[in-house]
Design a protein around this ligand. Structure first.
Ligand SMILES: Cc1cc2nc3c(=O)[nH]c(=O)nc-3n(C[C@H](O)[C@H](O)[C@H](O)COP(=O)(O)OP(=O)(O)OC[C@H]3O[C@@H](n4cnc5c(N)ncnc54)[C@H](O)[C@@H]3O)c2cc1C
Length: 471
């Protein structure tokens, strides 16, 4: 009798769990599916495991769904479970709902529960530490010394903890209020109500941290600092699809792409549409747009335009924005475009030498706490993840040319050191960004997870039908 193939998904956040969900529904032949995930539940990952009620989805619930073909799936689940009654602040006067991130995590958990209960899916609550080829498949080393054999592996372990700039991390390492990872549960609890706080980074993570601090009663002064001092853009209240065609004769230079974006924004505005709809169109058409840029232009885009793109593309929930606005109005939030050039500690006071942008003079500021809000340290992926270090060592995989994730082909098969695609070793989600381009928001990552699952299911279903014909 033919042995059922064993598919192992490493990482049970939103993406790994979405791949598992689709595989369970697409496979027409028996297969064992295991998700390796150190968290006790599947589906939430980093973004949706936060239990802080101040952490909200940054898009309305109508734009969040596990199922790309059923965009209101989460919205209906949210209504059926009457979640708004527990969180009335989620609803805005215009009818949009920006739910708590934890609610999306519970939704994901609920979608996976029946598959776990029937045994269609297994969860190994541990971490994969190494990988090696074994026959036509792979052998995964698990934390604690165990191993797991797989016929096919999907890598879906996206976000790594943030990394502090080298010297700063060294100097502040033992300080009781140096928070290197603001996503840890209770990470901010050592910060006292009147502490002077420096938030390093001015994006969405900073806004979440500020909301958490405010919720826990912090009333001292907060300084948010980044090189450009750019805060996240706000959401638009105008409903509508993406605006602009970037796919027909796509731009082949970063500069042309910027020019086309500017033209599309002017055009959108002349039709009463906001600039946000143009960014939405760019996100939807990203695979074509990104795929048309030569490597040199991709790197140019990342070097010069990424801050501009990120601040327009990652937008803030209105509830979170109003906290930022209130703290600015109350003069307890100051935003600085600057960089830290030196740091020292004197009796738990953190003294920073700061070089403001466009200014030759250094300033010195004192703080009682410093929180790193620079987002995941993706640039250290192959260093910090033992699994990816092992993948690299074995010659099974390497970083993509833009250092955004793992090098893959168009089917998200990992490329080995000779450039050969491995159909039994795939990447799902943001770690495939180097090939796909924009791949971070829920609509894009759930679609990518579905596409990867469909390709795997097709391969396995075809193999099974060939074997049965031979019998
Ligand atoms: C804070 C935050 C808020 C966001 N908010 C929104 C939003 O409101 N709307 C939106 O559209 N998008 C949002 N996003 C973006 C988006 O939803 C995420 O990019 C997406 O959740 C990625 O999911 P993932 O499963 O690929 O990654 P992750 O959430 O990072 O999950 C990967 C999982 O892999 C596990 N793992 C890691 N290494 C190993 C290993 N060696 N072995 C086994 N398991 C491992 C981790 O424990 C983790 O649970 C947000 C992102 C972040 C970081």
């Amino acid at each position: 009798m033919r042995k059922a193939p064993h598919i192992v998904i490493v990482g049970g956040g939103l993406v790994g769990s979405a791949v598992a969900w689709h595989l369970c529904h697409l496979l027409t032949t028996s297969a064992a599916i295991t998700v390796i995930e150190p968290r006790t539940t599947l589906g939430a990952g980093l973004a949706y495991s936060s239990r802080d009620p101040a952490h909200r989805l940054n898009v309305p619930i109508t734009r969040m769904s596990l199922l790309p073909d059923d965009p209101t799936h989460f919205q209906r689940w949210y209504a059926t479970h009457h979640l708004i009654e527990h969180d009335p602040e989620a609803a805005l006067a215009d009818g949009r709902i920006f739910a708590r991130r934890s609610d999306f995590g519970y939704y994901m958990q609920a979608q996976l529960a029946p598959l776990l209960a029937t045994g269609q899916l297994s969860h190994r609550c541990t971490r994969a530490m190494g990988i090696a080829p074994r026959g036509t498949g792979y052998r995964l080393e698990l934390e604690g010394g165990e191993a797991l054999n797989a016929d096919l592996v999907v890598l879906a372990m996206t976000h790594t903890p943030p990394t502090a700039p080298g010297r700063l991390a060294e100097i502040l390492r033992d300080h009781p209020r140096f928070i290197a990872d603001p996503w840890r549960p209770d990470a901010l609890k050592t910060i006292r109500a009147d502490d002077r706080v420096l938030l390093l980074g001015t994006g969405l993570t900073m806004a979440d941290t500020l909301a958490s601090l405010t919720r826990q009663g912090h009333r001292g002064s907060v300084t948010a600092l980044s090189r450009r001092g750019r805060l996240p853009a706000s959401q638009t209240t105008i409903e509508g699809d993406g605006w602009g065609d970037f796919s027909t004769a796509p731009a082949t230079t970063a500069l042309t792409l910027v020019e086309r974006t500017r033209t599309a924004i002017l055009d959108a505005q002349s039709h009463g549409r906001p600039w946000q709809h143009v960014f939405d169109a760019l996100r939807e058409q990203a695979p074509r747009v990104w795929g048309s840029l030569p490597l040199k232009e991709k790197r140019r885009f990342l070097r010069h335009l990424r801050p501009w793109w990120d601040s327009g593309r990652f937008r803030i929930a209105p509830q979170t924005q109003s906290i930022t606005d209130q703290r600015r109005e109350a003069s307890t939030l100051d935003v600085l475009a600057a960089r830290i050039v030196d740091a020292s500690i004197d009796d738990e006071v953190i003294r920073l030498h700061i070089s403001p942008r466009h200014c030759d003079q250094l300033i010195v500021r004192e703080f009682d706490a410093l929180v790193l809000n620079t987002g995941p340290g993706h640039e250290r992926l192959f260093v910090d993840s033992p699994l990816l270090a092992s993948l690299h060592r074995q010659g099974l995989g390497h970083p993509d040319e833009c250092q955004l994730g793992i090098a893959v082909d168009n089917d998200s098969c990992v490329l080995d050191q000779t450039g050969h695609a491995q159909p039994r070793l795939r990447v799902a989600g943001p770690l495939a960004r180097g090939r796909v381009g924009e791949l971070m928001g829920v609509p894009q990552v759930t679609l990518h997870a579905q596409t990867v699952a469909m390709s795997i299911a097709q391969m396995i279903n075809e193999k099974a039908s060939q074997t049965s014909h031979l019998r």
